[in-house]
Design a protein around this ligand. Structure first.
Ligand code: NAD
Ligand code: ZN
Length: 366
């Protein structure tokens, strides 16, 4: 027998730059000898920022191709990926090409996946333009697309060369999108950092109004948590699962609502239910649960919204969760605000359907 021994992949690091106008310094983060740049974006973001960025880079001597996909989750599919790749191939772009993923999480996920597979992998830079993408999806190297069988079922771990969070991009983001992103930040704080949670809770109104100084602190705090978790567990074998808090029920709700609910809003309701499960399991105190409930109320999210959905359908949809093993669905549970429950290195815990149902009934006030 002949053994193939591949040397361990060397550790890699990449910078995350956060601030006003930081996009101006982008060339510092391009690999040396970059000539060809593909800006992958969506149709909304193209008008807002891509053309301007392209002009700036052209002036500096780079060859630029802009590829703008349709805006929204439905574009995150195989056909769109193939169309992007065809354009890049037709333009004879080689391995030294750099992709800039300029947009929200949809653009980041699909552009990252193109980067992961084009000529077996090329460099890319994440330039998130939504709050959700700044605090969550642009960091950590998860890339992918949806199929009719489910969300994010095809993809790769492929890390960017840099993440540039240019805060002024958020000025044009609608309030609902700001709230959508702030929920992922709150998830990060609930599972890892009580002080950041308290700060965010106190500043939620300013945050949803897009106050940049508040946004900057919250983005900074969230990114620090995500970056540290990803460094400890890049491939989601253990601790990274904690960032799924609220998502088992959240994803089930999205499925039942046929994706007509924004992801963050579904996750917010998921957080309420999963916090209630944590309380019913004897982990989280009632006082902590009420604090969480009150914080979401400020964002206009109340548990009563759960009443719009059939509880049995939600429970059936939880079986599709990636953490499920057979019919046993596993949940991330909170020990208290700022910390998850962990037992013998395990972060995901089996919860019976009857406890989940009880939590759903209690939260919706049925
Ligand atoms: N890879 C990961 O780790 C990870 C983590 C969380 C979520 N995600 C993925 O992220 C996606 C959701 O991302 P999203 O919420 O950013 O959605 P999105 O990319 O669809 O953006 C939301 C909307 O905002 C518009 N937009 C973007 N930037 C704007 C700006 N600055 N001003 C005005 N409008 C702007 C877009 O055109 C779009 O219509 C999902 O596909 C989800 O699966 C990935
Ligand atoms: Zn999420």
């Amino acid at each position: 027998m002949i053994q193939v021994k591949i040397p361990a992949i060397p550790a890699m690091t990449y910078p995350i730059i956060i601030g006003a106008h930081v996009i101006r310094g982008i060339t510092k983060y391009l690999p040396k000898n970059t000539r060809n740049i593909v800006i992958i974006t969506d149709k909304n973001v193209k008008k807002l920022f891509a053309q301007q960025l392209s002009k700036h880079l052209k002036k500096l001597g780079y060859k630029i191709l802009i590829i703008a996909i349709q805006a929204g989750e439905t574009a995150k599919n195989r056909d769109t990926k193939a169309a992007i790749e065809t354009k890049m191939l037709e333009n004879k772009l080689d391995r030294a090409t750099v992709i800039l993923a300029l947009g929200g999480g949809v653009v980041g996920d699909i552009a990252g996946f193109v980067a992961a597979t084009y000529m077996r992998g090329i460099a890319f830079i994440q330039i998130p333009t939504t709050l959700l993408a700044m605090v969550d999806s642009s960091i950590g190297g998860k890339t992918g697309i949806d199929t009719p069988q489910g969300k994010n079922l095809l993809g790769a771990f492929w890390q960017p060369k840099a993440v540039i969070a240019n805060l002024d991009f958020l000025n044009s983001l609608p309030k609902q999108q700001l709230i959508n992103g702030s929920i992922e930040a709150l998830k990060m704080f609930l599972t890892h950092d009580k002080n950041s949670f308290t700060y965010a809770a106190k500043n939620l109104v300013a945050l949803s109004e897009g106050k940049l100084n508040i946004l900057k602190t919250i983005i900074n705090n969230a990114i620090q948590i995500k970056a540290a978790v990803v460094a400890r567990d890049p491939h989601e074998l253990h601790e990274r699962m904690t960032l799924n808090f609220g998502h088992t029920i959240g994803h089930a709700l999205e499925f039942v609502a046929q994706y007509k609910i924004l992801h963050g809003f579904a996750v917010a309701l998921g957080i309420l239910v999963e916090a209630k499960i944590s309380q019913l399991s004897g982990l989280l105190t009632v006082e902590d649960y009420i604090i969480i409930q009150d914080v979401f109320k400020i964002l206009g999210i109340t548990s009563k919204q759960l009443k719009n959905y059939d509880i049995n359908k939600i429970i059936a949809a939880t079986k599709l969760d990636k953490k499920a093993k057979g019919q046993k669905v596993r949940y991330i549970l909170l020990k208290n605000i700022g910390a998850v429950y962990q037992q013998e290195q395990q972060y995901a815990h089996v919860v019976t359907d009857s406890v989940v149902k009880k939590a759903l009934l209690l939260v919706s006030g049925a």
